[in-house]
Design a protein around this ligand. Structure first.
Ligand code: F6R
Length: 601
């Protein structure tokens, strides 16, 4: 989704910092971008459709040469990468947007839900609109209120009229002030050791090279940054808020590609270690969550996309290991189930980013009813973390490729631990996961990648790929489809193996690739029969399995990890999806139309 970046401070190259910051936010997904720099008495604004790519500060200088004498002592610059919602992908619709007399310039993530009503009001007052966005209304509205008040008060008044979920940064022509506000979309303030230097971004890696000291803006909070420092206040009550400075422990390299060509393959390979880290949970906390599940009147695992498929796997793990039913609902569907919920309901939210709007909405619903929230999260500093009663951290480190890989297997590991803890067998679960982690470590070697590469070569031009699984591996068949779709753009669909004969088998024709996810468990003989049904109709069977079978045309070996089979079976599909993306000349890190954290509903 959109990315925001702002710089406030003494450095002489503010736009260079902003452009660099936007590049670090590229992984979030976007289709246009723009920057604005405050000069002594005006703004320089540049916007473009497409990716920032190799665009650099020197390119910008060719467009508008900037000399230091044009700039105030305190430099203020903002930037934005836009993932279109209201209005097409055009330069006009790209941010920053400015007000009628260019008094105010701003960038915005999220949606101003009541923008049409405000727009009508402003049109009646003589304002004209350059863009089709919801964003532009705020710029004009602030300028309108600046007729009667200063910039800060005008922003407060304007924001009190805006409905929706958003993160917004605003600057004014006549004041050395940067204002940011959030309701629902992330904004983090970075404070450098140098006096008076601040960064604001949608995510920490954007400014991590300058500072690891951050302050999180919570919902309904705003920050006003000027030469006297940063003041935080509640947007509704205007009471002062004291913000803790948190020191981030990530290393800059963790958020960089290093020797790898793409984040996606780097993050797939990191699964050699990330599983060990995920397992290293506080036993006390795991037992606390198990107890909460036992005492709840209904436990609902909630997630979206890949995280939703992890929730579905948790349902099978809980049934198989803990002999207990849990409910699974995708974030966007949760509110439609609220009639069943009470203050005894427990929501377990699974999310990499902790910022997914659909999952956050589910949390709002359960909180209103008085229910409890546990989160399984990679981003421990996210909105979701702050809304949860208990957080189980994934510890996978920053995941920057849009396609989730290492966070997924970490989530699966934590769900497995929980299922074992339910029947007081946490030790057994840990041992199994440690064995699985060490087998993944052995599996992820260049020979393994080569073996999958040969398969990728064979199927790279396929129009459809089908994936089948049963039991624990049925949700992973669905997840495999997501992985293949999002980066290879090949139509892929996952099915429960037994469901094929009820309709989808009609899709199979000569040489249609069909991946069978096989586990050495009670589902094995049946999934092999399902694979045979596909093969008999001309399908090309790719078996991901601990053992070879006659039905396989291509076998990818995975270790036999018992109840951890979903974890090991998904990894070769992640590699396959990555390789297909590269072969088909797609950018696996930034697939078209997608965003890393989906902060709109
Ligand atoms: C696909 C993928 C998405 C996310 C989904 C939820 O590879 O990553 O389907 O799983 O958008 O995101 P989080 O986990 O951040 O809540």
């Amino acid at each position: 989704m959109c990315g925001i970046f702002a710089y406030f401070g003494p450095q002489t190259n503010p736009l260079e910092i902003v452009i660099k910051g936007l590049k670090k936010l590229e992984y979030r997904g976007y289709d246009s971008w723009g920057v604005a720099l405050k000069t002594n008495n005006d703004f320089l604004i540049h916007k473009e459709v497409g990716k920032i790519g190799d665009f650099s500060f020197s390119d910008l200088q060719k467009i508008f040469p900037i000399s230091n004498s044009q700039l105030p002592i305190i430099k203020i610059a903002i930037g934005h990468s836009r993932w279109a919602t209201h209005g097409g992908v055009t330069e006009y619709n790209a941010h920053p947007h400015w007000s009628k007399n260019k008094e105010v310039v701003l960038c915005h993530n999220g949606i101003f839900e009541n923008y049409l009503k405000i727009k009508e009001k402003l049109i009646k007052k003589g304002y004209t609109f350059r863009s089709e966005t919801d964003t532009e209304v705020l710029a004009h509205l602030v300028e309108e209120y600046m007729h009667e008040s200063n910039f800060e008060n005008a922003v407060k008044k304007a924001l009190s009229e805006i409905e929706g979920r958003y993160a917004v940064i605003l600057i004014s022509k006549h004041e050395d002030k940067l204002i940011a506000a959030r309701r629902g979309s992330p904004l983090i303030i970075g404070k450098n050791g140098h006096d008076g230097e601040y960064f604001i971004a949608s995510d920490i890696p954007a400014f991590l090279e300058y500072t690891n000291k951050v302050q999180y803006l919570d919902d309904d909070e705003m920050v006003i940054i000027d030469v006297s420092g940063a003041r935080f206040e509640n947007m509704r009550t205007h009471e002062k808020v004291n913000k803790r400075i948190v020191e981030i422990e990530w290393k800059v390299e963790e958020a960089e590609k290093g020797e790898y060509p793409h984040f996606m393959i780097k993050e797939i390979m990191e699964q050699k270690n990330t599983l060990y880290r995920a397992i290293n949970q506080s036993a006390e906390k795991i037992h606390e969550v198990a107890k909460a599940i036992k005492s709840a009147r209904g436990t609902f695992f909630v997630g979206c996309g890949t995280a939703g498929k992890v929730c579905m796997t948790a349902e099978y793990l809980f049934s198989k290991i803990a002999k207990r039913h849990i409910n699974v609902i995708f974030g966007s569907e949760f509110k439609f189930h609220q009639d069943f919920l009470t203050d005894k309901s427990l929501l377990i939210s699974v999310s990499q980013s902790g910022e997914t709007a659909d999952s956050l909405e589910a949390i709002e619903v359960i909180k209103k009813l008085g229910g409890r929230v546990v989160s399984i999260l990679n981003n421990e500093a996210s909105t979701m973390a702050r809304l949860s009663d208990i957080v189980l951290p994934n510890k996978a480190g920053p995941e920057k490729a849009v396609a989730s890989t290492k966070a997924t297997t970490a989530q699966l590991a934590i769900c497995t631990l929980l299922a074992y803890a339910m029947v007081d067998k946490l030790d057994e679960g840990e041992k199994l996961l440690i064995k699985t982690a060490s087998q993944i470590n052995d599996m992820l070697n260049p020979r393994y990648e080569d073996h999958i590469y040969k398969l990728s070569e064979k199927i790279k031009s396929a129009e459809n790929i089908y994936i089948i699984g049963r039991g624990l591996n049925y949700p992973m068949a669905l997840e495999s489809a997501i992985k293949l779709q999002e980066v290879s753009y090949i139509h892929a669909q996952g099915f429960a193996g037994g469901e094929l004969k009820h309709g989808p088998i009609a899709l199979i024709s000569e040489n249609t690739p069909c991946i069978a996810l096989v586990a050495n468990d009670e589902s094995k003989s049946e999934i092999l029969s399902n694979a045979m049904e596909v093969k008999s109709r001309g399908g090309y069977i790719i078996g991901i399995s601990p053992e070879n079978a006659e039905v396989f045309d291509y076998w990818i070996k995975v270790p036999d990890c018992g109840n951890c089979s979903p974890i090991v079976n998904i990894i070769p599909v992640q590699i396959l999806a990555y390789q297909l993306a590269v072969m088909r000349e797609n950018n696996p890190d930034m697939p078209r139309n997608l965003a890393k954290s989906v902060t709109v509903k």
